[in-house]
Design a binder for this molecule. Structure first.
Ligand code: ATP
Ligand code: MG
Length: 409
């Protein structure tokens, strides 16, 4: 049998990027031979094995044929006769379809190296259209390598468009989609992911609520970029520039969905968009079965981001309600994520990227003032149950009033 490095490991070495996980392909072997050498099978009907020591993935060279809708609709054919070239042709992009032996001899039948040099993301063959997940993968690679100047080839974008229009994207499971979306959001330029999905018509299918923001104007005084979709991309860009976690990036993407619902005659104002957007945020959350922390933060940021921007003007009682809504006493981290999401929203505006955001420290100070109220003295005074809750609230309100005064003096 011959063993080759394939996929990302070859690509990233040629790009001079650090290689994290290595995928291997094995030509000329049977499953029985792999098992006899101590490899562990990954799944029952899948010709992929884990190395007994390194744990890296070794896949038998295989061909694939589409036999139905969605990802379940694939038949694999792995046998010792399948050649390296046959295995490589089923891969998504030419830059991912190169193999390398242990002497670093490159097998590159589909000119991945040329496309790497030319900074082009190009599909390997028309079989690309057999797995709709590839639309998301290409957009994700576009986001990852945008900083190196990579672009999607026009003919690949065209195929992605056909796939998006065919209804195949709807066959993707929430789990497969979320895996790509969450990884793409964590890339250096996640806004490129959304932009590429939009360019090929996939955004309209996957997240029509986000797609609907494009072409919707906002007041120029607060939003020099005007367009709500452009604004959303900029907020996401800021979140990545400031290395925010996935929860914050997800919340940034969804924070303004309500603006897509504003009747045209009300443009460019978006009264109560925070509240109107909640059902849309919920729908997107559920469509992709986003993790609970992402879901929660997106809803909270959607509902309260304007409060964040107005923090310095909020009455003590409103501040208290805000802190209570976040359960800042038990979940301080979540409130911190809200604060930075608001900051990204404020900076994701044309020409305002460097603005200061005093609201952030002000909100942090308010949170610590409210959190500083001790329970023990109230217990000692004999408060219990709901009365204790009320007493705590009164004390926190007092603390916030004092905080407001000290902050304005
Ligand atoms: P990463 O750095 O994100 O791991 P990668 O290219 O290694 O990038 P993997 O998901 O690890 O991506 O997949 C390894 C290889 O398998 C890819 O380079 C590609 O050749 C192939 N591949 C993976 N998923 C698909 C798919 N859905 N369709 C076609 N080829 C795929
Ligand atoms: Mg990989």
């Amino acid at each position: 049998m011959q063993i080759y490095k394939v996929g990302g490991a070859v690509r990233d070495r040629l790009l001079g990027k650090p290689v994290t996980d290595i995928d291997w392909v094995v030509v000329g072997a049977t499953a029985e031979e792999m098992l006899a050498q101590g490899f562990r099978p990954v799944g029952a009907d899948f010709p992929v094995f884990l190395h007994p020591k390194s744990g890296e993935e070794y896949a038998l060279a295989r061909t694939e044929r589409k036999s139905g809708r969605g990802y379940g609709g694939f038949t694999f054919h792995a046998s010792p006769e399948v050649t390296l070239e046959e295995d490589l042709i089923r891969r998504d992009l030419t830059i991912n379809a190169m193999a390398e032996d242990d002497q670093q001899n490159l097998t590159d039948p589909y000119h991945g190296q040329r496309d790497l040099d030319d900074r082009i993301l190009r599909h390997v063959s028309p079989a690309f259209a057999e797995d709709p997940l590839r639309v998301l993968r290409v957009a994700r690679f576009a986001a990852r390598y945008a900083e190196l100047g990579f672009k999607v080839a026009p003919e690949t974008l065209e195929l992605m468009r056909e796939l998006s229009e065919s209804g195949e994207l709807e066959a993707l499971t929430a789990e497969r989609s979320w895996k790509e979306i969450s990884r793409a959001l964590m890339e250096n330029q996640p806004q490129v992911f959304i932009q590429v999905l939009r360019d090929c018509g996939a955004l309209k299918v996957l997240m029509p609520e986000v797609d609907a923001l494009f072409g919707v104007p906002q007041p120029e005084a607060h939003h020099p970029e005007i367009d709500s979709g452009i604004h959303t991309l900029s907020v996401l860009e800021q979140a990545a520039l400031h290395q925010q976690p996935l929860t914050v990036r997800w919340a940034c993407l969804l924070h303004d969905l309500g603006k897509g619902l504003t009747p045209e005659e009300e443009w460019p104002r978006h009264i109560a968009h925070e509240h109107k957007g909640l059902k849309l945020i919920k729908a997107v959350n559920e469509r992709f079965k986003a993790p609970k922390d992402c879901q929660e933060l997106a809803l909270l940021v959607g509902q309260y981001h304007t409060h964040g921007h107005r923090a310095l003007e909020l009455k003590a009682s409103t501040l208290l309600e805000l802190l209570q809504s976040f359960d800042v006493y038990r979940r301080p981290q979540r409130f911190e994520e809200f604060i930075v999401a608001c900051e990204m929203d404020a900076r994701g505006r044309k020409g305002l990227e460097q603005r200061s955001y005093p609201q952030a420290d002000y909100l942090r100070g308010a949170a610590s003032a409210a959190r500083g109220v001790a329970v023990q003295p109230l217990l000692e005074k004999g408060f219990q149950g709901p009365e204790l809750g009320e007493a705590l609230k009164r004390e926190r309100l007092k603390a916030l009033k004092a905080y407001k005064e000290s902050a304005s003096s």
